[in-house]
Design a protein around this ligand. Structure first.
Ligand SMILES: *Cc1c(COP(=O)(O)O)cnc(C)c1O
Length: 381
């Protein structure tokens, strides 16, 4: 693909029309027009929650959520050892202490089984992020949280519209979060939202943000372009899932891949280097693919390291990235660590991500992506 990976945001006539309309009626330049209020209504109806608060980013949404829950100095907040870096910083920003819990090795997301061992008398809350198409099993997590009087912040910044055990991502936790940052599935360049059905959390969050004026606001212009994207979210998530399935099938990681399993590949060199098959079982439940991840194994790929691999695939016109750096190397002065965190460490060192825009393309483009990945991975045999 000599033109390179598809641009994001993609062309969208309805976004264009929304921009024309917000220009025509002057809301683009107002503190308080109709667009933010409309988006609040739309988001709460879509998610079935009582309160939605718009804000300036997903990052600050995490802090607002923790403040809304009344978490503060001296409290401990659990989070995965592999997560978005801002989540760790937000815990520190409110004077609380991060406690690292390992991720599920098949899922890139926090493992509820690890949570019990992490609890202490100071535990007040947990941040559960659905990462890279993986979904935290929220039913199990909410049960544990309920038994131990711990609040749950559900970070759905990477998975708006995803279905988790039959319910929308962001609606299981005491507070749910969305991001509308420039790379995200719903984008306004910047922006975020806090979802909750707790009156108390909503009031506390509002008081924190209100300083005679909104301290972390979303603009009318941002709200205007988000509304038409929300209308298309389910349809686009479905297209992305279908294309992930198509891609996995061609890389030996999809349903066919499950049956064939990997080592029979010539030379076995491809063994680890396919998107893991865990999605195939989940694809019907409804993950949202902001990124498609897999664990890259340099040894199995004849010694090409992760950066070289990404550069080679980028030269084929396919956008790959490394994953998060995670927190396993943070000092014990800054956090408490539960167990060896081996899966978080491996995720930080070896994750390769395919960025989502290509997943809205036609099937031929998906096939070319699969061909590019195979070409690079098999070249060393
Ligand atoms: C992007 C992201 C955020 C923060 O969102 P911004 O709007 O970019 O600040 C938070 N959590 C996760 C998991 C994210 O991927």
């Amino acid at each position: 693909m000599p033109e390179g990976p598809p641009a994001w945001p993609c062309a969208d006539e309805d976004v264009h029309a929304a921009l024309e309309s917000v220009y025509a009626d002057g809301d683009w330049g107002r503190y308080h027009g109709r667009r933010c209020a409309q988006l609040v209504d739309k988001l709460s109806a879509y998610h079935g929650v009582d309160h939605v608060m718009l804000c300036s980013s997903g990052t600050v949404a995490v802090e607002i959520a923790l403040r809304g829950l009344g978490v503060g100095p001296g409290d401990e907040v659990l989070l995965a050892g592999y997560d978005f870096s801002g989540n760790f910083r937000c815990i520190e920003a409110i004077g609380a202490r991060p406690v690292l819990v390992d991720v599920d090795p098949k899922n890139w997301s926090l493992d509820p089984q690890q949570v019990i061992a992490a609890l202490s008398d100071s535990t007040r809350a947990i941040i559960a992020s659905h990462l890279h198409g993986g979904l935290v099993p929220m039913r199990e997590l909410m049960e544990i949280a309920g038994e131990h009087d711990m609040a749950v912040v559900e970070d759905a910044c990477q998975s708006p519209g995803a279905k988790v055990q039959g319910r929308l991502a962001g609606t299981w936790g005491d507070v749910g979060l969305l991001s509308f940052g420039g790379s995200k599935l719903l984008t306004a360049g910047r922006g975020g939202a806090i979802l909750t059905s707790s009156e108390e959390v909503h009031q506390r969050a509002k008081v924190f943000c209100e300083r005679g004026n909104q301290a972390f606001p979303m603009s009318e212009l941002q709200a205007a372009v988000l509304a038409p994207q929300l209308d298309k979210l389910d349809e686009r998530n479905k297209t992305r899932r279908e294309n992930v399935r198509r891609l996995l099938d061609q890389l030996g990681g999809g349903e066919k891949g499950d049956r064939r399993l990997f080592p029979e590949r010539p030379g076995g060199c491809f063994a680890q280097n396919v998107p893991v098959p865990f999605f195939s079982g989940q694809l019907d439940d409804g993950p949202a693919f902001y990124k498609l991840p897999w664990i890259y194994d340099a040894n199995a790929a004849g010694g090409i390291d992760r950066q070289q691999f990404i550069a080679a695939v980028r030269a084929e016109g396919v956008a790959l990235d490394v994953g998060f750096r995670g927190f396993t190397r943070r000092t014990l002065r800054r956090c408490r660590k539960v167990g060896p965190l081996e899966h978080s460490r491996r995720a930080a060192e070896s994750t390769v991500l395919l960025h989502h825009p290509v997943l809205l393309e036609e099937p031929e483009v998906i096939d070319r992506v699969a061909a590019a990945l195979r070409k690079v991975l098999w070249a060393k045999q």
